[in-house]
Ligand binder design. Sequence first.
Ligand code: KG4
Ligand code: ZN
Length: 354
Amino acid sequence: MSAYLETARARLEKLRGREDILTLGIESSCDETACAVLRGSEVLSSVIASQIDIHKRFGGVVPEIASRNHVTAIDGVVRSALNEAGVTLKDIEVIGVTYGAGLLGALLVGVSYAKALAYSLGIPLMAVNHIKGHIAVNYVADSALEPPYVCLIASGGHTAVAYVKGWDELEILGSTQDDACGEAFDKAARVLGLSYPGGPAVEKLAVTGRPSVKLPRPFKGIDTLDFSFSGIKTALINYVHNAEARGEEINRADVACSFQELVTDIMADNAVRAAELKGCNKLVIAGGVGANKTLRDKVKQRAQRSGIDVYYPPIGLCTDNGVMIAAQAQCMIKAGRDCAEYDLDADASLTPED
Ligand code: KG4
Ligand code: ZN
């Protein structure tokens, strides 16, 4: 064991059981360089440097460009978060950093930075699973929320329903067999000529449309909590291309609305059914697609009929941020997890259960 790990572990043990830990959360898994300072569940600052405008012209995130921009942004983002929180590095008691899943080069920027910082300060570093961070941000939004509960994970890279058993433990009940829901929104947006990221653009366009375009519902007649979105995406592409080939004008708002209705229907159905099957009266929504109002409303409506309470974060905390990473670092401390050694590596293909 290194001298650093020995010191960090001793400090970590002293933090256990405390509800006011001053935590720094660092996130760099995709196209947002983000950092937040939390005192327990109180958010003292949250700074996000988004690269959306840089990647927009390519229609999606270009991994190498993302990594380079994280390198440029990270130090300023962390300093701003500290300044806004009115604290200095010496006050920070623990650092949480996303080590997976995500783009490898992008993850490595945050991991390297956080390791160097934790090592130089002699404080514990918690290696945070990004998806668990999306879930944990709900504890910040509602400090009364506690496991166990059923969670709908609806992000750009993952779609699943999970049973969250403890502060850092979950079991997948059903997951996507192909695309993630956010990916499907992004692809639908591209076909409709909307800009990246597609989810908010599709949602905005759908408001003025009607669900008049018939798209295929996957797993019809099959009893499953799994998801599949690639058939819907293909049907949508075919619909648009066939209309173009015939020289017919399509109603883009109707297409966006039909797509959103079907995708959110599937997600709301699976989420509520999973909670019913588990006999669980708490249902949590996590991830970027959780910002979608149609999805939130459908889950709420259907859950209400079964006496299930629904939790979701404010829209600004649905997509990637540093708050979620700091929140999950605190969950890991509650769960008795160990801190990372300075040989921590990024893991691009981490699963939600890891
Ligand atoms: O969870 P997230 O920030 O990234 C991952 O961890 O993967 O989610 C990003 C995804 C993108 O695909 C984006 O299009 C989608 O969330 N998204 C939305 C909305 N806001 C973001 N999808 C539907 N409706 C929204 N309002
Ligand atoms: Zn995310």
